[in-house]
Design a protein around this ligand. Structure first.
Ligand code: CAA
Length: 288
Protein backbone atom coordinates (compact mmCIF):
# COMPACT_ATOMS: atom_id res chain seq x y z
CA UNK A 1 0.00 0.00 0.00
CA UNK A 2 1.71 3.20 -1.13
CA UNK A 3 -0.51 5.46 0.97
CA UNK A 4 0.18 3.54 4.17
CA UNK A 5 1.31 5.88 6.93
CA UNK A 6 5.02 5.71 7.65
CA UNK A 7 5.58 4.46 11.19
CA UNK A 8 8.80 2.42 10.80
CA UNK A 9 11.83 4.55 10.07
CA UNK A 10 15.52 3.66 9.72
CA UNK A 11 18.37 6.13 10.12
CA UNK A 12 21.80 5.21 8.79
CA UNK A 13 24.45 7.12 10.73
CA UNK A 14 24.18 8.65 14.20
CA UNK A 15 26.49 11.64 13.87
CA UNK A 16 25.08 15.11 14.49
CA UNK A 17 22.69 14.99 11.52
CA UNK A 18 21.63 11.34 11.86
CA UNK A 19 21.09 11.75 15.60
CA UNK A 20 19.01 14.88 15.04
CA UNK A 21 16.86 13.19 12.37
CA UNK A 22 16.39 10.11 14.58
CA UNK A 23 15.33 12.37 17.46
CA UNK A 24 12.70 14.31 15.50
CA UNK A 25 11.30 11.06 14.07
CA UNK A 26 11.03 9.50 17.54
CA UNK A 27 9.43 12.67 18.91
CA UNK A 28 6.90 12.41 16.05
CA UNK A 29 5.81 8.93 17.27
CA UNK A 30 7.75 6.87 14.71
CA UNK A 31 9.47 3.61 15.61
CA UNK A 32 13.09 4.48 14.79
CA UNK A 33 15.91 2.03 14.14
CA UNK A 34 19.35 3.66 14.11
CA UNK A 35 22.36 2.06 12.41
CA UNK A 36 26.04 2.71 13.06
CA UNK A 37 28.88 0.48 11.93
CA UNK A 38 30.46 -0.12 15.35
CA UNK A 39 29.28 -0.46 18.95
CA UNK A 40 31.30 2.61 19.99
CA UNK A 41 29.72 4.78 17.30
CA UNK A 42 26.29 3.44 18.26
CA UNK A 43 26.72 4.29 21.92
CA UNK A 44 28.06 7.76 21.03
CA UNK A 45 25.03 8.30 18.77
CA UNK A 46 22.64 7.08 21.45
CA UNK A 47 24.23 9.44 24.00
CA UNK A 48 23.94 12.33 21.50
CA UNK A 49 20.20 11.71 21.03
CA UNK A 50 19.47 11.26 24.74
CA UNK A 51 21.38 14.41 25.65
CA UNK A 52 19.42 16.41 23.07
CA UNK A 53 16.14 14.99 24.44
CA UNK A 54 17.28 16.06 27.93
CA UNK A 55 17.94 19.52 26.54
CA UNK A 56 14.35 19.53 25.24
CA UNK A 57 13.16 18.85 28.80
CA UNK A 58 15.37 21.51 30.38
CA UNK A 59 14.22 24.12 27.84
CA UNK A 60 10.56 23.22 28.52
CA UNK A 61 9.84 21.87 25.02
CA UNK A 62 9.32 18.29 26.21
CA UNK A 63 7.93 16.77 29.38
CA UNK A 64 9.96 14.04 31.06
CA UNK A 65 7.28 11.56 29.99
CA UNK A 66 7.54 12.67 26.33
CA UNK A 67 11.34 12.36 26.51
CA UNK A 68 11.07 8.82 27.92
CA UNK A 69 8.48 7.81 25.32
CA UNK A 70 10.67 9.16 22.50
CA UNK A 71 13.69 7.31 23.94
CA UNK A 72 11.63 4.09 24.08
CA UNK A 73 10.83 4.39 20.36
CA UNK A 74 14.54 4.25 19.48
CA UNK A 75 16.41 1.03 18.87
CA UNK A 76 19.98 0.63 17.72
CA UNK A 77 21.75 -1.85 15.47
CA UNK A 78 25.04 -2.42 13.73
CA UNK A 79 23.46 -4.81 11.21
CA UNK A 80 21.92 -3.07 8.20
CA UNK A 81 19.91 -6.26 7.46
CA UNK A 82 17.63 -5.25 10.36
CA UNK A 83 16.22 -2.53 8.05
CA UNK A 84 14.18 -5.04 5.99
CA UNK A 85 10.80 -3.87 7.39
CA UNK A 86 11.48 -0.12 7.26
CA UNK A 87 9.05 2.10 5.31
CA UNK A 88 11.42 5.07 5.15
CA UNK A 89 15.18 5.03 5.52
CA UNK A 90 17.22 8.21 5.78
CA UNK A 91 20.94 7.89 5.18
CA UNK A 92 23.04 10.49 7.04
CA UNK A 93 26.62 9.24 6.93
CA UNK A 94 29.80 11.13 6.06
CA UNK A 95 29.65 13.28 2.89
CA UNK A 96 31.58 10.75 0.78
CA UNK A 97 30.15 9.50 -2.50
CA UNK A 98 31.73 6.02 -2.36
CA UNK A 99 30.45 5.41 1.18
CA UNK A 100 26.96 6.65 0.36
CA UNK A 101 26.61 4.72 -2.90
CA UNK A 102 27.70 1.49 -1.15
CA UNK A 103 24.99 2.06 1.49
CA UNK A 104 22.32 2.64 -1.16
CA UNK A 105 23.32 -0.54 -3.00
CA UNK A 106 22.95 -2.48 0.26
CA UNK A 107 19.73 -0.78 1.39
CA UNK A 108 18.12 -1.50 -1.95
CA UNK A 109 18.71 -5.23 -1.47
CA UNK A 110 17.61 -5.20 2.17
CA UNK A 111 14.46 -3.02 2.34
CA UNK A 112 11.47 -5.15 1.30
CA UNK A 113 8.65 -2.62 0.70
CA UNK A 114 8.75 -1.77 -3.04
CA UNK A 115 7.30 1.66 -2.19
CA UNK A 116 9.64 2.38 0.72
CA UNK A 117 11.34 5.77 0.65
CA UNK A 118 15.13 5.49 0.43
CA UNK A 119 16.27 9.01 1.31
CA UNK A 120 19.65 10.64 1.58
CA UNK A 121 20.48 13.63 3.76
CA UNK A 122 23.38 14.49 1.47
CA UNK A 123 24.13 18.19 0.99
CA UNK A 124 26.03 17.99 -2.24
CA UNK A 125 26.10 14.56 -3.86
CA UNK A 126 23.74 14.05 -6.80
CA UNK A 127 20.69 12.03 -5.76
CA UNK A 128 20.79 10.50 -9.26
CA UNK A 129 24.23 9.01 -8.49
CA UNK A 130 22.82 7.35 -5.36
CA UNK A 131 19.73 6.21 -7.29
CA UNK A 132 21.83 4.56 -10.00
CA UNK A 133 23.66 2.56 -7.32
CA UNK A 134 20.36 0.70 -6.78
CA UNK A 135 18.10 -1.55 -8.87
CA UNK A 136 15.06 0.52 -7.87
CA UNK A 137 15.96 4.14 -8.55
CA UNK A 138 12.27 5.09 -8.26
CA UNK A 139 12.53 4.70 -4.44
CA UNK A 140 15.46 7.11 -4.05
CA UNK A 141 15.02 10.75 -3.03
CA UNK A 142 16.85 13.55 -1.23
CA UNK A 143 15.56 14.72 2.17
CA UNK A 144 17.98 17.35 3.40
CA UNK A 145 17.66 18.49 7.02
CA UNK A 146 19.43 21.39 8.79
CA UNK A 147 21.53 21.46 11.92
CA UNK A 148 20.33 21.52 14.70
CA UNK A 149 17.59 19.29 13.26
CA UNK A 150 15.22 19.65 16.25
CA UNK A 151 15.35 23.44 15.89
CA UNK A 152 15.47 24.29 12.19
CA UNK A 153 12.15 23.84 10.38
CA UNK A 154 13.38 23.29 6.81
CA UNK A 155 13.69 20.14 4.72
CA UNK A 156 14.84 20.32 1.10
CA UNK A 157 13.12 17.69 -1.03
CA UNK A 158 15.11 16.60 -4.06
CA UNK A 159 13.74 14.28 -6.70
CA UNK A 160 15.33 12.84 -9.82
CA UNK A 161 13.58 12.29 -13.16
CA UNK A 162 12.99 8.68 -12.10
CA UNK A 163 11.75 9.16 -8.53
CA UNK A 164 8.25 7.66 -8.35
CA UNK A 165 5.52 10.27 -7.69
CA UNK A 166 4.12 8.11 -4.85
CA UNK A 167 7.58 7.99 -3.20
CA UNK A 168 7.81 11.78 -3.47
CA UNK A 169 4.33 12.17 -1.99
CA UNK A 170 5.13 9.76 0.85
CA UNK A 171 8.39 11.55 1.68
CA UNK A 172 6.78 14.99 1.57
CA UNK A 173 3.83 13.90 3.72
CA UNK A 174 6.21 12.40 6.26
CA UNK A 175 8.45 15.49 6.43
CA UNK A 176 5.54 17.95 6.57
CA UNK A 177 2.64 16.22 8.28
CA UNK A 178 4.48 13.84 10.59
CA UNK A 179 7.70 15.75 11.40
CA UNK A 180 6.11 19.19 11.08
CA UNK A 181 8.88 20.51 8.82
CA UNK A 182 8.48 23.07 6.03
CA UNK A 183 9.39 21.53 2.68
CA UNK A 184 10.93 23.26 -0.31
CA UNK A 185 11.78 21.61 -3.62
CA UNK A 186 15.20 21.83 -5.20
CA UNK A 187 16.70 20.58 -8.44
CA UNK A 188 19.23 17.78 -8.09
CA UNK A 189 22.19 20.17 -8.31
CA UNK A 190 25.12 20.10 -5.91
CA UNK A 191 24.36 22.08 -2.74
CA UNK A 192 20.63 22.30 -3.54
CA UNK A 193 19.19 25.73 -2.65
CA UNK A 194 20.58 26.40 0.81
CA UNK A 195 24.17 25.29 0.42
CA UNK A 196 24.47 26.77 -3.07
CA UNK A 197 23.94 30.10 -1.31
CA UNK A 198 25.46 29.37 2.11
CA UNK A 199 28.73 27.65 1.21
CA UNK A 200 30.21 30.51 -0.92
CA UNK A 201 29.39 32.82 2.01
CA UNK A 202 31.17 30.55 4.53
CA UNK A 203 34.18 30.19 2.19
CA UNK A 204 34.33 33.97 1.72
CA UNK A 205 34.46 34.44 5.48
CA UNK A 206 37.30 31.89 5.71
CA UNK A 207 39.17 33.73 2.94
CA UNK A 208 38.73 36.96 4.94
CA UNK A 209 40.43 35.35 7.95
CA UNK A 210 43.16 34.00 5.69
CA UNK A 211 43.90 37.43 4.20
CA UNK A 212 43.68 39.13 7.64
CA UNK A 213 40.82 41.26 6.40
CA UNK A 214 39.37 41.06 9.92
CA UNK A 215 39.39 38.76 12.94
CA UNK A 216 37.26 35.65 13.41
CA UNK A 217 35.33 37.32 16.23
CA UNK A 218 34.75 40.58 14.35
CA UNK A 219 33.60 38.84 11.15
CA UNK A 220 31.07 36.87 13.20
CA UNK A 221 29.98 39.92 15.19
CA UNK A 222 29.57 41.87 11.95
CA UNK A 223 27.09 39.40 10.49
CA UNK A 224 25.19 38.95 13.76
CA UNK A 225 24.89 42.64 14.52
CA UNK A 226 24.76 43.99 10.98
CA UNK A 227 22.52 41.38 9.37
CA UNK A 228 20.75 39.81 12.38
CA UNK A 229 22.08 36.32 11.65
CA UNK A 230 21.73 34.05 14.70
CA UNK A 231 25.44 33.19 14.46
CA UNK A 232 28.36 34.43 12.38
CA UNK A 233 29.79 32.47 9.43
CA UNK A 234 32.86 31.10 11.23
CA UNK A 235 30.90 29.81 14.21
CA UNK A 236 28.41 28.36 11.75
CA UNK A 237 31.21 26.66 9.78
CA UNK A 238 32.39 25.16 13.11
CA UNK A 239 28.84 23.97 13.83
CA UNK A 240 28.40 22.35 10.40
CA UNK A 241 31.88 20.76 10.70
CA UNK A 242 34.85 22.02 8.69
CA UNK A 243 35.33 18.61 7.08
CA UNK A 244 31.70 18.73 5.92
CA UNK A 245 32.06 22.31 4.64
CA UNK A 246 35.15 21.20 2.68
CA UNK A 247 33.45 18.07 1.33
CA UNK A 248 30.45 20.11 0.13
CA UNK A 249 32.71 22.78 -1.39
CA UNK A 250 34.76 20.11 -3.19
CA UNK A 251 31.60 18.59 -4.71
CA UNK A 252 30.19 21.98 -5.72
CA UNK A 253 33.54 22.98 -7.22
CA UNK A 254 33.60 19.70 -9.16
CA UNK A 255 30.06 20.24 -10.50
CA UNK A 256 30.11 23.98 -11.26
CA UNK A 257 33.86 24.50 -11.93
CA UNK A 258 33.62 27.94 -10.27
CA UNK A 259 36.51 29.41 -8.19
CA UNK A 260 33.81 30.65 -5.79
CA UNK A 261 33.38 27.09 -4.51
CA UNK A 262 37.08 26.18 -4.22
CA UNK A 263 37.98 25.36 -0.59
CA UNK A 264 40.50 27.99 0.62
CA UNK A 265 43.93 26.68 1.78
CA UNK A 266 43.16 27.65 5.40
CA UNK A 267 40.10 25.37 5.39
CA UNK A 268 42.10 22.51 3.88
CA UNK A 269 44.86 22.96 6.48
CA UNK A 270 42.41 23.05 9.37
CA UNK A 271 40.73 19.85 8.18
CA UNK A 272 44.09 18.13 7.66
CA UNK A 273 45.18 19.06 11.18
CA UNK A 274 41.94 17.73 12.71
CA UNK A 275 40.52 21.14 13.63
CA UNK A 276 37.06 20.12 12.45
CA UNK A 277 34.96 22.58 14.46
CA UNK A 278 32.61 22.11 17.38
CA UNK A 279 32.40 18.30 17.22
CA UNK A 280 36.22 18.04 17.51
CA UNK A 281 36.48 20.56 20.35
CA UNK A 282 38.28 23.10 18.20
CA UNK A 283 37.95 24.91 14.90
CA UNK A 284 37.81 28.67 14.50
CA UNK A 285 36.82 28.62 18.20
CA UNK A 286 37.68 26.39 21.14
CA UNK A 287 34.89 24.27 22.70
CA UNK A 288 34.75 22.42 26.01
N1 CAA B 1 19.14 20.44 19.90
C1 CAA B 1 17.95 20.85 20.37
N2 CAA B 1 17.65 22.15 20.63
C2 CAA B 1 18.63 23.04 20.46
C3 CAA B 1 19.91 22.69 19.99
C4 CAA B 1 20.15 21.31 19.72
N3 CAA B 1 21.32 20.88 19.26
N4 CAA B 1 20.66 23.81 19.90
C5 CAA B 1 19.88 24.82 20.30
N5 CAA B 1 18.66 24.36 20.64
C6 CAA B 1 17.52 25.15 21.07
C7 CAA B 1 17.70 25.62 22.49
O1 CAA B 1 17.15 24.70 23.42
C8 CAA B 1 16.93 26.92 22.49
O2 CAA B 1 15.55 26.68 22.65
P1 CAA B 1 14.64 27.74 23.45
O3 CAA B 1 14.80 29.05 22.74
O4 CAA B 1 13.26 27.17 23.35
O5 CAA B 1 15.21 27.73 24.83
C9 CAA B 1 17.10 27.46 21.07
O6 CAA B 1 17.46 26.33 20.26
C10 CAA B 1 18.18 28.49 21.00
O7 CAA B 1 19.37 27.90 21.52
P2 CAA B 1 20.41 28.64 22.47
O8 CAA B 1 19.69 29.69 23.30
O9 CAA B 1 21.23 27.63 23.18
O10 CAA B 1 21.43 29.31 21.50
P3 CAA B 1 21.19 30.29 20.33
O11 CAA B 1 20.07 31.21 20.56
O12 CAA B 1 22.54 30.82 20.08
O13 CAA B 1 20.77 29.34 19.11
C11 CAA B 1 21.18 27.96 17.28
C12 CAA B 1 21.59 28.29 18.70
C13 CAA B 1 19.79 27.34 17.26
C14 CAA B 1 22.21 26.94 16.78
C15 CAA B 1 21.18 29.27 16.43
O14 CAA B 1 22.37 29.96 16.63
C16 CAA B 1 21.02 29.02 14.96
O15 CAA B 1 19.94 28.75 14.46
N6 CAA B 1 22.14 29.14 14.20
C17 CAA B 1 22.13 28.94 12.76
C18 CAA B 1 22.21 27.49 12.45
C19 CAA B 1 22.20 27.24 10.98
O16 CAA B 1 22.27 28.12 10.14
N7 CAA B 1 22.14 25.95 10.63
C20 CAA B 1 22.15 25.50 9.27
C21 CAA B 1 23.51 25.01 8.94
S1 CAA B 1 23.58 24.38 7.30
C22 CAA B 1 23.12 22.77 7.47
O17 CAA B 1 22.85 22.26 8.50
C23 CAA B 1 23.02 21.98 6.24
C24 CAA B 1 24.22 21.50 5.61
O18 CAA B 1 24.08 20.72 4.70
C25 CAA B 1 25.58 21.93 5.95
Amino acid sequence: MTSQKITRVGIVGAGQMGAGIAEVCARAQADVLVYESTRDLLSAGRARILSSLDRGVSSGKLTERERDQAADRLTFTSDLNDFADRQLVCEAVVEDEAVKTAIFTDLDKIVDDPHAVLASNTSSIAIMKLATATQSAARVIGLHFFNPVPVLPLVELVTTPVTAPEVTARAETFAHDVLGKQVIRSADRSGFVVNALLVPYLLSAIRMVESRFSTVEDIDRAMMLGCAHPMGPLKLADLVGLDTVKAIADKMHEEFDEPLYAPPPLLVQMVTSGRLGKKAGHGFYEYE
